[in-house]
Design a protein around this ligand. Structure first.
Ligand SMILES: Cc1ncc(COP(=O)(O)O)c(C=O)c1O
Length: 399
């Protein structure tokens, strides 16, 4: 009897993934998880064909920079492949501390903690500081990792319309009679939309309501501000944001994440943040690559200049074709097509012409905003931008 009970329960779970509609559709249309045979910079090889990568987040194009590669190689030789454990159990290494101090200094914060993924950093930056009974005001379009952090914190969440200070003001006013601790959770640059947070207005309202402000700058870091210090620096509002979290996997051309804040906040995180306490440390090579990129960002201005020149050129290409970029202000550039029936042929046409992009369809984006998500890199060449322009023109004809 016991056996049959267990096998039935197991079957229910198995049926869940066998019958999953989204998985069936993904396997049928096959838009994701393509296995590239090789890569050099923004050139990838897929099914024996050379393609231009237009959906990575290598904004500054440092993932093939010789100094970054050399830093990773040297770290592997010196420190081995992994620390094989959480820092609370088998200790930090000199390279963790060095990277954290450099990031903290760069961002004008007292302290920083790095994780093996940006996703972990961003979950932890909410889940460690918020708790049950708190009220979190959150932009409706924040990244999945921030929603997870909110859920784990068990705080009450009040959403406001995307990047709308007016709606935030109303939502915050409605909660103003409560003396619960309040937090604001936003992104600096929204990953899908490419919008820059309206930080001056949002932080002013947050101050009026005594909110502790957490900002995920995964897509602003390296892109905005002095030498790429990010969205907070872009607006000169360093003292208005309490926690900046982000990713090492975009402009810093590595893999990992960070949280930068006051020393007290970081020490608290190291005691109470589950993702911080119970997950293995970032690897030596990843830390070294991020640190090398951080140094290059400050010394070699040309990557940043090239990124913005390419972005301007790319934006003009899309505009000339009448494509809707959702008002993107940054290198993260969506092409909004409005339905999956329009997105799929567009994506396929680009692929046919040798341009690799990613489709993002509802519910990953709001209904009616189904889009192709693209991102420009400093590494895209003029010749590649010309090819991208031809491919886009071809894809438009397929709509
Ligand atoms: C806004 C935002 N936050 C956090 C992350 C997670 O970063 P990572 O890919 O380094 O885990 C991403 C990744 O796409 C992101 O777009």
């Amino acid at each position: 009897m016991a056996l049959s009970f267990f096998s039935k329960s197991k079957k229910a779970v198995q049926n869940r993934f066998r019958d999953d509609y989204a998985t069936k559709m993904r396997l049928k249309y096959d838009p994701y998880y393509h296995a590239m045979e090789s890569q050099h910079g923004t050139n990838v090889r897929l099914h024996g064909r050379d393609m231009i990568m237009l959906s990575s987040n290598d904004y500054l194009g440092l993932s093939f920079h010789p100094k970054v590669i050399e830093a990773g190689r040297a770290a592997l030789l010196k420190w081995g492949t992994s620390t094989t454990g959480a820092r609370i159990s088998n200790g930090s290494r000199a390279f963790h501390i060095e990277l954290e101090e450099k990031l903290a200094h760069f961002l004008g914060r007292e302290a920083c903690h790095v994780h093996s993924a940006g996703y972990l950093s961003c979950i932890s930056s909410v889940a460690a500081f918020a708790q049950k009974g708190d009220i979190i005001f959150a932009d409706k379009n924040i990244h999945s990792c921030l929603w997870e952090g909110i859920q784990l914190s068990r705080a009450t969440v009040e959403r406001f319309s995307h990047n709308s200070p007016d709606d935030f003001r109303e939502v915050a006013a409605a909660a103003s009679t409560s003396d619960a601790p309040k937090l604001l959770v936003i992104e600096g640059v929204y990953s899908m939309e490419g919008h820059i947070a309206r930080l001056p207005e949002l932080t002013e309202i947050a101050e009026d309501h005594n909110c502790f402000t957490i900002l995920d700058d995964a897509h602003g870091f390296g892109v905005l501000g002095r030498h790429g210090r990010g969205t907070v620096d872009h607006f000169g509002l360093s003292d208005k944001v309490d926690v900046i979290c982000g990713s090492l996997s975009k402009s810093l051309a590595s893999t990992g994440g960070f949280i930068a804040a006051s020393r007290e906040a970081i020490e608290y995180l190291r005691t109470t943040g589950k993702q911080t306490v119970f997950s293995a440390a970032i690897s030596p090579a990843s830390a070294a690559c991020a640190q090398a990129s951080l140094e290059i960002m400050q010394k070699e201005r040309e990557h940043h200049d090239r990124l913005w020149a390419n972005t301007k050129k790319y934006r003009a290409i899309l505009k000339n074709l009448g494509l809707d970029t959702w008002g993107s202000e940054t290198p993260a550039t969506p092409i909004v097509l409005g339905s999956k029936e329009r997105v799929y042929p567009f994506w396929k046409a680009l692929l046919e012409k040798g341009v690799f992009t990613v489709m993002s369809i509802a519910p990953a984006v709001p209904i009616g905003k189904d889009l192709i998500r693209t991102a420009i890199s400093a590494m895209h060449t003029d010749e590649q931008l010309d090819k991208i322009a031809d491919a886009m023109a071809y894809a438009v004809k397929k709509l």
